[in-house]
Ligand binder design. Structure first.
Ligand code: HEC
Length: 155
């Protein structure tokens, strides 16, 4: 085989492999939520901005099954979020400052431990998203039930 031909074959194979790698990467990456790096402009979108945040940070403990060990609070649906908990209601639409759902995260040792603020800035952004969402009325479609992160197959 001529050296130039061998080079071309090597080059084409290389490009093919890189191409396949990039396609696979975008495919798997496309469904995963990414941490917000800034508070979105306009109204907070529950499904896009709040749902992943609650699933990843809270549902591990605050689901129906584990609620009894975790303050009796289940965050599976809006109705449960507004009616369960030892200090219900912990979610008060329009009033983030009175919502334990926000306060507990900055005041309670368990929560500060459970959700290490790494990096700090992103934690700040996530907190701001939660606050704004509650301030704007805590929209959460009735049919959207949150599940334990291990049960998520597709975001
Ligand atoms: C590692 C487990 C764990 C995670 C993760 C967790 N919590 Fe909790 N949560 C607890 C436990 C335990 C309690 C009960 C003791 C307490 O109130 O500190 C509790 C209590 C609460 C309460 C008070 C309920 C009441 O009525 O007394 C709120 C509100 C709350 N959690 C919100 C959240 C939110 C919002 C998230 C996610 C951002 C979250 N928690 C993540 C373990 C967890």
């Amino acid at each position: 085989m001529k050296p130039t031909l061998r080079h071309s074959i090597a080059l084409v194979s290389f490009l093919l492999i890189v191409g396949i790698f990039l396609v696979v990467q975008t495919r798997t990456g496309e469904d995963l939520p990414t941490w917000p790096t800034s508070v979105p402009a306009g109204k907070i979108d529950f499904k896009k901005n709040v749902r992943p945040l609650l699933i990843i940070n809270c549902l591990e403990c605050h689901n129906n099954e584990n609620a009894p060990e975790n303050g009796n609070l289940s965050l599976e649906t809006r109705k449960l979020a507004m009616t369960t908990g030892n200090h219900a209601p912990v979610l008060i639409p329009g009033k983030p400052d009175e919502s334990l759902l926000i306060n507990v995260l900055t005041l309670d040792g368990i929560h500060i431990e459970a959700m290490p603020p790494t990096p700090d800035k992103i934690w700040g952004v996530r907190m701001e998203i939660l606050r704004r969402w509650i301030e704007e009325g805590a929209d959460w479609p009735e049919d959207v039930r949150l599940v334990h992160p291990r049960e998520i197959e597709k975001w």
